[in-house]
Design a protein. Structure first.
Length: 156
């Protein structure tokens, strides 16, 4: 069965060939004035084999989106994938892969130390009832335990 090319980089990725967890450069865009946006695929779960439960994913997103900005002023966005297997992390004018890994490691350690989920209320969140600090911390711990493997994207 031939796969049709799309306008979305991640749709053109062969999800049967990747080995999560990993951190993969997913795209680079240069703006008209020279700014460069770099997007990473931060994959927590093996596609089509596992996924993050929504309350845990939701809390991890809140925690990381908040805490990652303590480690870099170049972060544009940290957002979840609809398939619940990972996140997209975007930077402006920052393309140092090893530094990105260090920023992620520091942020995930912050998640492990958290005592609450930021913006976990009806005023600041669109589904405040769907959160799990413990679940987010379990995901962070699991991902950190594989830190040495984050750079391995494809199976041999």
């Amino acid at each position: 069965m031939a796969k049709e090319k799309t306008n979305v980089e991640s749709f053109d990725l062969d999800h049967t060939k990747v080995v999560a967890p990993y951190v993969r450069l997913a795209g680079v865009k240069e703006g008209e004035k020279g700014d460069v946006v770099t997007k990473y695929d931060v994959r927590f779960k093996q596609p089509n084999k596992g996924h993050m439960e929504m309350p845990s994913l939701h809390s991890l997103e809140h925690l990381m989106a908040d805490r990652i900005r303590n480690h870099s002023t170049k972060v544009i966005d940290f957002s979840p994938m609809g398939c619940q297997t990972g996140f997209y992390l975007s930077f402006i004018n920052h393309n140092d892969y090893e530094d990105v890994l260090d920023i992620l490691e520091k942020t995930l350690n912050d998640v492990l130390e958290a005592t609450s989920v930021p913006a976990c209320n009806e005023v600041q969140c669109g589904w405040a009832a769907s959160h799990s600090l413990e679940g987010a911390q379990a995901l962070a711990k699991e991902f950190l335990e594989k830190r040495a493997e984050w750079h391995i994207v494809f199976s041999e």
